[in-house]
Design a protein around this ligand. Structure first.
Ligand code: ADP
Ligand code: MG
Length: 356
């Protein structure tokens, strides 16, 4: 197990990158704590696989260094880095049995056969393939093959880190949930540094202690699920996490108040003036109260989600979503107010510090 430092890493796939846009991965300077469970979350194409492959050594970064426990490993291969990586699609030996597929990474490292047997049987239990141990992998279904891939990632206990690149994509939903629970349990039991790539917020939030949110080649926030929910550092985090995402209202700031259309909202602090910047208020639907007092809105639509209802309304010509309890009644003369601590201020998409 290792602490992993990414030291001013950048990556461009093309030669001679000139501007920031030429980099698939913009500068990353970050420490992954030894034994941490991280999720790398972001939409397709944002650079998750690029970052993961740089950590594992499949990809050499254009710039910067990678350190494991303070030692520079930038020029070391994946085997030399002692990393296990599980990919989105199965990587297995079709002609070998399920058992031998799992034993392979251990035998490769000359682990004594008794220990191989113990670890393989333990792993077969975790991936629920004990009954298939002596079958050749070739006849198995796609999700069984992927479980073998996952098992090959988990079978070694001496690795510096285990990296997962959207490993459950081809697995059916129920099994997905079970395997994710197993991974969490294994993490608690063995304390490996784990990095889990996904584009699914539920998967990220349930697996990780810390979620690393990526957007257009950049890490926009690293935080606990609570931090991402309560204090999104970037408007993208507000939008991507939560359902529905955070409301964004373009505003004019004057001293300690924000002007949205004809309405004034008290911020409680005065951010430094910057006439050129794009200023927005970010308010999650859960932090808005719909009632008879506050700022007038027009209700457009109500969506029922079972436990809650999502009210789609219009405020000063802008769409705004409000989450209400199922049994709360809709007011006839609808007005909104913001709960304490629920208003975030953004300047050019980045959160301005200061309690609003
Ligand atoms: P993600 O895993 O988040 O979907 P990737 O890291 O695969 O994103 O890709 C990030 C960006 O880099 C994308 O724009 C993608 O098209 C580009 N990219 C990825 N791999 C290559 C490659 N081998 N050659 C050129 N461009 C690539
Ligand atoms: Mg990817």
């Amino acid at each position: 197990m290792a602490r992993i430092n990414l030291d001013h890493i950048r990556h461009a796939y093309g030669a001679k990158p000139k501007s920031d846009d030429d980099y698939a991965l913009k500068e990353v300077h970050h420490e992954w704590v030894d034994g941490g469970a991280y999720a790398l979350l972001g939409p397709s194409g944002c650079g998750k696989t690029t970052l993961l492959n740089i950590i594992s050594g499949l990809l050499h970064p254009s710039e910067g260094k990678i350190l494991f426990d303070g030692k520079d490993v930038t020029n070391l291969s994946t085997p030399e880095r002692n990393i296990a990586q599980v990919f989105q699609f199965p990587v297995i030996y079709d002609t070998m049995t399920v058992y031998d597929n799992l034993a392979f990474p251990l035998r490769n490292r000359r682990v004594p056969e008794a220990e191989v047997d113990r670890k393989v049987r333990e792993t077969l239990e975790i991936i629920d393939l004990t009954d298939w141990a002596n079958r050749r992998a070739t006849g198995l279904t796609a999700d069984q093959k992927q479980k073998i891939s996952l098992g090959r990632g988990l079978v070694r206990s001496d690795v510096n880190a285990i990296l997962f690149d959207e490993p459950l994509t081809v697995i059916d939903p129920h099994m997905k949930w079970m395997l994710r629970t197993e991974l969490k349990k294994l993490h608690r039991q063995f304390g490996h540094t784990m990095v889990y790539v996904t584009h699914d917020q539920t998967e990220a939030l349930t697996f990780a202690d810390k979620v690393v949110v990526m957007y257009e080649g950049e890490i926009v926030q690293i935080g606990t699920p609570d931090e991402l929910f309560n204090r999104p550092a970037h408007t993208f985090v507000g939008y991507f996490i939560g359902s529905p995402g955070m409301n964004l209202l373009p505003a004019k700031i004057q001293n300690a108040s924000a002007q949205v259309g004809s309405q004034t909202i008290d911020l409680g602090f005065a951010p430094p003036a910057d006439a050129k910047a794009k200023m927005e208020l970010g308010i999650r639907p859960e932090f808005i109260t719909l009632g008879g007092e506050g700022l007038p809105v027009t209700i457009k639509k109500v969506e029922d989600t079972g436990r809650q209802k999502i009210v789609r309304a219009e405020f000063e010509g802008l769409p705004i979503a409000v989450v209400m309890d199922e049994d709360e009644a809709l007011p006839t003369d609808a007005k909104i107010s913001f709960k304490p601590g629920g208003v975030n201020l953004y300047r050019d998409s980045w959160r301005v510090n200061g309690e609003a």
